[in-house]
Design a protein around this ligand. Structure first.
Ligand SMILES: CC(C)(COP(=O)(O)OP(=O)(O)OC[C@H]1O[C@@H](n2cnc3c(N)ncnc32)[C@H](O)[C@@H]1OP(=O)(O)O)[C@@H](O)C(=O)NCCC(=O)NCCS
Length: 143
């Protein structure tokens, strides 16, 4: 499995994973706009020509913010999320990031464990942030 930078030819595969992974998935138009932003850095995990996951972050000056990490359901638990997060941390450092931030649903245990494994520390909660129902937990990691 290799982590590579996103290019447009991966869009359809990436968007299938987006729809599978998130109940509040982005629209196709919104996703295309996101991927085209100059501050957005997206990656795909590929094996034997198949896209198994993707992830992306924004870099603004020296602050990175993780936007998404998603792995195809049948390929979870095999280290792909780990590899995508590691790639984002390393690449953001090489581009000058001094810290990296993210927010995640309070109940999303797999994602929270993944971030905590990579040294992210939770520092705040936003009450009822998601559709007025679920809390967001904010994490950061100094690089
Ligand atoms: C979160 C997600 C990206 C993890 O991807 P993955 O490829 O299954 O994760 P990995 O196999 O690389 O596991 C890495 C670490 O994540 C944590 N983790 C992953 N799945 C977990 C689970 N079901 N329960 C608890 N911790 C879990 C563990 O810390 C694990 O490390 P370990 O194996 O040494 O214990 C995946 O579950 C996913 O796509 N979820 C839906 C999308 C989402 O919610 N994304 C995050 C918000 S943007």
């Amino acid at each position: 499995m290799r982590v590579k930078s996103y290019t447009k030819n991966y869009f359809d595969a990436l968007y299938e994973i987006e729809k599978e992974a998130f109940s509040d998935f982005w629209s196709e138009k919104g996703m295309k706009e996101e991927l085209a932003l100059s501050q957005a850095h997206y990656y795909v995990a590929e094996e034997d020509g198949e896209i198994l996951g993707f992830a992306g972050y924004w870099l603004i000056i020296d602050e990175a913010e993780i936007m998404k990490v998603a792995v195809k359901k049948q390929h979870r638990g095999k280290g792909i999320g780990d590899a995508l997060l590691k790639a984002m941390i390393e690449d953001s450092v090489s581009l000058g990031a001094k810290k990296i931030l993210l927010e995640v649903r309070e109940g999303n245990t797999p994602a929270r464990k993944l971030y905590e494994k990579h040294g992210f520390i939770s520092y705040a909660t936003r009450e009822n942030y998601y559709q007025g129902k679920e809390n967001a937990v904010l994490y950061k990691k100094n690089l």
